[in-house]
Write a protein that binds this ligand. Sequence first.
Ligand code: ARG
Length: 457
Amino acid sequence: MAQLWKGRFKKELAKETNDFNSSIKFDCRMFEEDIKGSIAHATMLGSAGIIDKSESEKIVDGLSQILDDIKSGKLEIDMQAEDIHTFIEGELTARLGQTGKRLHTARSRNDQVALDIRMVLKKEIDEISNKLKELISVLCTKAEENTNAIMPGYTHLQRAQPITFAHHLMAYCSMLCRDLDRLTDVKRRMNVLPLGSGALAGTTYPIDRNMVAQALGFDDVAVNSLDGVSDRDFCIELASALSIIMVHLSRFSEEIIMWCSWEFKFVELDDAFSTGSSIMPQKKNPDIAELVRGKSGRVFGDLTALLTVMKGIALAYNKDMQEDKEAIFDAVDTVKMCLNAFTPMIDTMTVLKDNMRNAAAKGFINATDCADYLVGKGLPFRDAYKATGELVALCIDKNLTLETLPIEEYKAVCDIFDEKVYEAINLEKCVNDRKAIGGPTAENVLAQIEKARKIIV
Ligand code: ARG
């Protein structure tokens, strides 16, 4: 396909140059936004009297037909074109002749591409936000079913203090709610119209940028034309928000992988979301969680690519910036794919409450509560801590737990112990006493669930 910029050139473009230069293979996904942006631009050109109203109407009709034809499959996008902008304008001119050639008045591909990416990414943010909301909703339901499922909470991957599975799940919910908030924020800053910045220095035509902004749902217009065409902060910000989402999904995946192991056996994944081994008949592998954990690397790579592409280029547009699309689209697609697989995996997993409860009973996770019991009887915390440490060592020697250690042994270490200690170290009580906001009691967790559900409506 012919280039739009042929006038100055005497020779045809070398095939290698065309292949290298062309972005159609990855910017073709912006066809709808490119056409809608052009429709708004052409309408404005007509209304501002920059082109004839009748020609503007013909252009708008022509563009609408091209959009329908691409959507219905009647018109195939030419993969030899330089980019989607060239293809659409070329097709319009092929259909309308001279009138089609007026579309690009007061515009450059530099502000056009900046517009298109923003429009595409705004839509993608909405889609990803909805997927995050689905995951949050699944977590809330799972948590609601498990407010009394006691499990060991860990630090250093060592059993630490008793919590509930619901509380643990809702920790991820808090992260995902922040992710949602970050996406909203990114979208707000992205929602500024670059069109009208021209190639770099604005335009001499009396354009109405606010009219275009309004037609395309932008809150504002870019106030500096150089920045308007050369800003890709919104790609970097989105890739960064997506990277943080992947950090969360990856940490969650790591826990799912551990919980599925025979060593933990806290959950069992549904057959539909696990895979087998080609040689070991007994295997049921958490491949989805592993792949999500692995794919986080891709998204971080996309963010690094964007930062690196942008860091050294002088104002305003440079062709380096064409690299933005593959990186940000890959990040968007990867996150969507991960969420599509991850959410139903969580939704269908079976929670093995008894195994969690058994694990909680074995790791001295009520030792802090035992010390707190002594504090309640007047002992300074440091002394209570030391006495409890001695009791733990005694239990390990005798292969007992704090629950099964006889009261005489308690008294031998510290004579203020009495039978009530068994009540104090009861795991249910240990959880239920952690009443301060943010703690694992059922009441607190239900409040977290209620708050999260309000966020996702
Ligand atoms: N395909 C180009 C890109 O993605 C469109 C802008 C081209 N502008 C230019 N001055 N060559 O960045």
